[in-house]
Design a binder for this molecule. Structure first.
Ligand code: SF4
Length: 247
């Protein structure tokens, strides 16, 4: 793993998903097989595989403290092309320092992560003007998770994190994306832990070989996505949880 500290030029970028996005890191230690963010390699000069390098924007919080005064208040997404709570965050605390600034200025935040480290910042999220905290939970089967997300925290750890956030009074969501084999059973575990659910099939191009290697091609078919989408929607309706299928 190559870790490089660097100075970024900007940090608060406009986003198509929310108003803004903050990425304190370039690269991601979780190295998910299907990750769409691997296109970022092109902009870094890194030759290592996706998951084998991280650039740490050590001036992220200083930049945000300046840029927040130059932009109109809006929802800030953390993060779009890295996991803001990847293991290096424990040492660098860049996500936390950025959150402190956003909270202090009363800006709304939307967190998206695969890591229970997010619960470290429960105190800050409670103080936020508005906070949505989401865990990406892609399957109910941790053996499947290990095939596609071998370096990311386990599914039970993510469910525990959702529970802690939800109990802490934070508005929580599960991002079921990509919809991996076994995702259709997730609502059994999510019903008391989330306020809403987002589902997407995403782009499976980079991970197609994993499906082939393990004989799971059926789970990449339109038929599987339609069936899993129906089952999750029905389970959400029974649990009275809002569900958005975005494919
Ligand atoms: S956690 Fe997110 S950004 Fe990181 S490798 Fe996985 S999908 Fe990509």
């Amino acid at each position: 793993m190559i870790v490089r500290e660097m100075m970024s030029k900007t940090i608060l970028s406009t986003s198509k998903i929310y108003d803004y996005v903050v990425n304190p890191y370039v690269g991601c230690q979780h190295g998910c097989r299907y990750c769409y963010a691997r296109f970022m390699r092109r902009f870094t000069g890194h030759r290592e595989a996706w998951g084998d390098f991280v650039d740490v924007k050590v001036n992220a919080a200083d930049l945000l403290a300046r840029e927040i005064h130059k932009k109109r208040r809006g929802v800030v997404w953390m993060s779009g092309v890295c996991d803001p709570y990847q293991p290096l965050e424990e040492k660098y605390r860049l996500t936390r320092r950025c959150l402190e600034i956003l909270v202090r200025h009363g800006w709304p935040v939307a967190i998206q992560t695969r890591s229970p480290l997010v619960t470290r910042d429960l105190d800050l999220l409670k103080e936020a003007a508005e906070a949505n905290a989401g865990l990406s939970v892609t399957t109910a089967d941790d053996a499947v998770r290990r095939l596609f997300e071998p370096l990311a925290p386990s599914i039970p750890e993510r469910l525990d994190a959702l529970e802690a956030l939800h109990r802490g009074g934070i508005r929580t969501y599960a991002m079921i994306a990509p919809l991996l084999p076994g995702a259709e059973r997730l609502m059994e575990y999510l019903r008391d832990r989330v306020d809403y659910v987002l589902v997407d099939r995403m782009n499976y191009r980079h991970a197609a070989w994993v499906y082939r290697k393990h004989g799971m091609e059926e789970s990449i078919s339109d038929g599987y996505f339609a069936r899993a989408g129906r089952e999750i929607t029905a389970a959400c309706r029974r649990a009275k949880i809002r569900c958005e299928i975005v494919f």
